[in-house]
Design a protein around this ligand. Structure first.
Ligand code: SF4
Length: 386
């Protein structure tokens, strides 16, 4: 019997109750009717997505599924169930290990969470961002900290034993003390996983008009850096280990789905704007909601906006960028197996320079960023552009 390849599935739910002021994700508000039409289109895409005309069931076994958005938890339990059933029809999900849904406080009820659980969701990712209500207001979030606590409690009650909490640092007006308070409050709840990203103000968002790329209310560079160090220090002390630049977990609770992106597993993206990478070919669905729903209303001729075979160089770059974000780093042997080239020949100069600068460490087969390298990861990783 031929071993089936592993597959990750990403399902995009582009709806939110209200747009946050810093958000540049593909998401918007929509009434229940539009959501209903979208689910129909999505189910059509799932059941007959033509990507490479592959018989996914016989060639792949799904390892992880991730419902991201947007706010997937605006969907009712039966809508998630319908999507899960469609996935089971098209893909082999019998051995799926991790099924995550992103959930925002203010959109979940106990009934809904229990229903998600019954449909096979076994991991929740709750978007808290901050435990400070003024900061939540600044961000334009729909919830306060109390609502988050209720959501977290309901999630435990519904039986979720694998929960991520998303946090944010460098929020305008945020002090070191208030970020520390957020970290401590979250730690006291002992979620299995914590992510903390530094806010980046993107052009085209209301925040950009209000603050510019780095406005006067934003924490200065030193404070931002201290927040970054504090995240690692406090989370380590509390038993969380950092396995990716912005991600921490208790032992055994690393996010399998994200790790599979970072380690180059094939994945398929379903829904608007979703990207797939199958056998080195990248596909992206149209980002236009109405074009997507129109196309999928018939026989799932999903509008592929982009279809591109990645060059060997692009794949090698991706391997380095994503692999080195993982704290454990990459394997030179795996590079050779994948690309039939020696990493020390392809990247001789950058590796030599980064080792000399103390940003990379090579130990036998393993290559990884040092602590200093992690601090300046964007600059360090830019060296691997071919
Ligand atoms: S909840 Fe998330 S996706 Fe929705 S508007 Fe806010 S940041 Fe964007």
């Amino acid at each position: 019997m031929i071993d089936k390849k592993k597959l990750g599935i990403y399902v995009h739910i582009p709806f939110c109750i209200r747009k946050c002021l810093y958000c540049d994700f593909l998401s918007d508000t929509a009434d229940t009717n539009v959501r209903k039409q979208y689910i129909e289109a999505l189910v059509n895409e799932i059941c007959s997505c033509p990507l490479k005309d592959i018989d996914y069931k016989s060639q792949y076994t799904v390892d992880t599924i991730f419902f991201g958005g947007g706010t997937p938890s605006v969907l009712e339990g039966d809508q998630i169930d319908e999507i899960m059933k469609a996935l089971a029809f098209r893909f082999d999900i019998s051995k799926v290990r991790e099924v995550t849904i992103e959930c925002n406080p203010g959109t979940a009820t106990l009934d809904k969470l229990e229903s998600y659980k019954k449909s096979g969701i076994n991991r929740l990712s709750i978007g808290l961002q901050s435990a400070n209500d003024d900061e939540l207001k600044t961000l334009g979030r729909i919830h306060d900290y109390k609502q988050f606590l209720e959501t977290f409690k309901m999630a435990r009650e519904a039986g979720f034993d694998n929960i991520n909490i998303d946090l944010m640092s460098a929020i305008p007006g945020q002090s070191l003390d208030s970020y520390k308070d957020t970290l401590n409050k979250v730690i006291s709840l002992t979620p299995e996983h914590i992510s903390s990203y530094s806010l980046i103000i993107e052009e085209g968002t209301p925040f950009y008009d209000m603050y510019g790329e780095s406005g006067p209310d934003e924490p200065d560079e030193d404070t931002e850096r201290e927040m970054y160090y504090m995240t690692e220090r406090l989370l380590n002390e509390a038993g969380y280990h950092r396995y990716e630049i912005s991600n921490y977990s208790l032992e055994g609770y690393e996010c399998r789905h994200n790790s599979s992106y970072w380690t180059g597993t094939d994945y398929i993206g379903l829904g608007i704007g979703a990207a797939s990478l199958i056998d080195g070919v990248r596909y992206s669905n149209t980002s236009d909601l109405y074009s997507y729903m129109k196309a999928c209303s018939k026989a799932a001729e999903v509008l592929t906006e982009e279809y591109r075979i990645l060059s060997q160089n692009e794949r090698m770059e991706e391997f380095m960028f994503l692999g080195l974000r993982m704290i454990r780093g990459i394997s030179a042997k795996e590079f050779k197996e994948r690309f039939s080239q020696d990493i020390y020949a392809v990247y001789a100069k950058p590796l030599e320079k980064l080792v000399k600068d103390g940003l990379i460490i090579i130990n036998g087969d393993n290559i990884k960023l040092t602590s200093k390298g992690i601090d300046v990861s964007n600059t360090a990783l830019a060296n691997f552009l071919l």
